[in-house]
Structure formats: C-alpha cells, structure tokens
Write a protein that binds this ligand. Structure first.
Ligand code: COI
Length: 388
C-alpha cells in the first residue's frame, strides 16, 4: 500500500504540471482545470490505466477516512468570485493561524456520494441540491459561494479523478465532502477576506457500527443541537462539535446516538447528531418541519417524495416526543446514514420499541431510494447524473 502510494505520487508528479496555488494553501503540484471541458482531461488520466480499483478491502468498509488520490480546491478572489478550481493530490492544506474558519468557525460542509453502477459508470445523486444548500448556508454565514455549476463540476471532477476508489456495486460508496471555509486572515470578529472551496473523498460503508441493524436512540433532554435563530438549519461546521458530549454520553450507555429535542420547550423531536428523523403511524409518515433548527436533508427530501409517490401521507410538522408511544416505526435519514431503522428510543428511562425488518415501511423506502441511487430502478425524477 505504501509502495503503491509512492508510485502513484511519482507518476502523478511526472504527469502533472507545476502551477501556482493560492498562498492560503501553499504551492504544490496541481492539475489545473476550470471548466466542463476539463472533464475530458480528467476522465482517463494515464495513471489509471489498467487500475480499475484501488487496493482496498471492499468487504469491510466503515465510515472512516481513507484518503484517495485527489482533492479539489478553488479559492475566491477578494471580491468573492470563485475561479480556477483544480485537482491536486490529497494532502494537508496550509492556512493562516488567524483564518476565519479557525478563529470564528466560518465554515460549511456538505456530503454527497458517488455510486458505482454494474456497467462501471459512476452515478451522482442530486449534487445540485448540495450546491443550493451550500449557497443558502453561505448567505447565513456571510460567505461567498461557488455557483451551482461550479459546485457540480467540482463534484464530477472529484468523483472521476478518484474513480478507482468508488467501491464496487453493493460494497459501499465514495463519500465526497465539500467544504467552504473562510481561509483569509482576520482578527476582529468579522467575515474573512478570502475563501476556499475544497472537496475531498473517501470510500465508505455503513455510517453506524450497527450496520443494517436497527438503531437504539437516547433522547437527550439536557443539551440541544440547535436553537431558534441559530444556524441549525444550515450545514455549519459549528453545529457538530457541540453534540459530541451528548453523543458520547449516549454511546457510553450503549445507545447508537442521541436524539435531540427543541431547545425552547424540550417537547418536540428535532433530529439525531448526524441525521433527520421520521415517525410512522399507519399511513402517515411525519418528520419535523424545517423551521430553522432542522437540517434540510437531501435524503430527507427524497424520502418524502418517494413516500408520497408510494401512497403515504407525509406531514412536516412539530412531533411531540410523547407521540413516540404508539408509533409503528421510526427511521433516520441522511447522506451518510441513508435510511436507518430505529429499533428503540429511550426517553426518561422508558424504552419504546418499534417495528423493524424486511416488511417494514422504512425498508421499502430504503430499497427504492438506493435502487435509484445505484441505477437499479429507473430514475424518472432526474435525480441522478451518470459520468464515466
Ligand atoms: C451527511 O450525511 O453527509 C452528514 O452530514 C453526516 C455527517 C455529519 C457524517
């Protein structure tokens, strides 16, 4: 593996030209590209010939970082215009100790996946929705953002350049993590003078260690995930570290994750640490409304549409925690999590159990979603983009 990495790097250095990269990121070898036409260049780089798959134990993927060959970076000019995106070998980035993202948490992230089809081609799932969400988040965080086209082009380039890391069908996916960060130096509390958009990638399997087994959630009634008027409704990097304590506490007691309540009244369900939540009772599927404290998940939205198409009534509304008693099923959704059944939720030491298994509604919704994402079910909605 180490020899392979060294070989790859030396072949990469031979095949790429040295070009200047923003001082924020340091200078290094890079593969410059700036437009859709550059996709042609990325499609079949000579370094991949005969190398269909990276040397990975595809049967044992979890959700841990496995660095791939390339990452994509694009910096903004002082007027907030993004240009000259480029692929370069995955590696550390350099920034000022006074970068806005390090000092004031001025940053957003996204998560999107590349799926391997049986014919070897790659499918992307609704990257336009990630681009739009990043734009909305950027406005909230006072940052400029790449255009929708720039974002999608960058995701395509990242997926193609790392194609050998996209797991074989059914073994996992290539998770891509777009970041938008204030990388310019700033001392006073204010937006940074310069920004970096970056995408790195890692092959992943199941997010939870439970795999496909049902999750057991613990309702957290001390810490909140988000509050009204805050930034819980956008994918701010600063939304995540504050849940570590609750997660740690839940996991320490043997639960899969913590489930948060609204911060004002501690009454309504919000979401888990990294995913949205749905509750099923009969033909009604409910999920908390995106009122500013709920992350508008792309999987969440896709599942709402699939459920409605399948004849279920879907309501986006406040869901009192007390409604869990009597619910038939509960499940979580997210890009990383996909659709994960919840077997139990414990609230104030009372454990409530839900239906799981092959006949469950959540399994049916999961199968439809994943079928579209993998290209097994015809995509009549224009959600997928095939690249090769
Ligand atoms: C995703 O599903 O992409 C997420 O943002 C979850 C992440 C925190 C692992």
């Amino acid at each position: 593996m180490i020899q392979r990495a060294a070989l790859l790097r030396s072949r990469l250095v031979q095949s790429l030209q040295l070009c200047p990269v923003s001082s924020q990121l340091g200078s290094r070898y890079c593969y410059t590209s700036n437009a859709a036409s550059s996709l042609q260049q990325v499609q079949e780089p000579s370094i991949y010939s005969g190398d269909e798959y990276a040397d990975v134990d595809w049967d044992n993927l979890g959700f841990g970082l496995m660095p791939t060959d390339y990452m994509y970076t694009m910096t903004s000019s002082k007027d907030g215009h993004f240009a000259k995106g480029q692929l370069s070998p995955f590696g550390d980035i350099k920034m000022s100790p006074s970068a806005g993202v390090l000092n004031y948490g001025q940053g957003l992230f996204e998560g999107t996946k590349a799926y391997r089809k049986e014919n070897g081609n790659i499918l992307l799932f609704r990257p336009d929705q990630n681009a739009i969400r990043m734009k909305i988040g950027a406005e909230r965080m006072c940052m400029p953002s790449p255009s929708i086209d720039q974002f999608i082009d960058a995701v395509k380039q990242t997926a193609l350049a790392n194609k050998r890391w996209v797991p074989p069908p059914g073994k996992g996916t290539l998770y891509m993590r777009p970041l938008l960060m204030g990388t310019g130096p700033i001392l006073g509390v204010a937006p940074a003078p310069e920004y970096t958009f970056l995408i790195y990638a890692s092959p992943v399997g199941n997010y939870f260690k439970e795999g496909f087994a049902p999750l057991n959630l613990l309702v957290e009634d001390d810490y909140a995930r988000a509050s009204r008027g805050g930034a819980g409704g956008v994918k701010a990097i600063s939304n995540y570290a504050p849940v570590f304590n609750a997660m740690k506490r839940a996991k320490g007691r043997g639960y899969s994750d913590a489930l948060y309540l609204d911060s004002a009244n501690k009454k309504n369900l919000e979401e888990a640490s990294s995913c949205n939540i749905f509750v099923i009772k009969g033909n009604l599927i409910s999920t908390p409304a995106t009122n500013g404290t709920i992350l508008p998940g792309i999987t969440r939205r896709s599942i709402i549409e699939i459920a409605r198409d399948s004849g279920y009534k879907v309501e986006e509304r406040d869901i009192p925690v007390d409604e869990l008693v009597g619910a038939d099923e509960v499940f979580c959704t997210g890009t990383a999590v996909v659709v994960a059944p919840v077997g139990s939720i414990t609230y104030k030491d009372k454990r409530i159990e839900f239906k799981v298994g092959a006949q469950s509604v959540s399994r049916q919704l999961y199968s439809t979603l994943v079928g579209i994402q993998m290209g097994h079910i015809e995509d009549t909605k224009g959600w997928t983009i095939e690249i090769n």
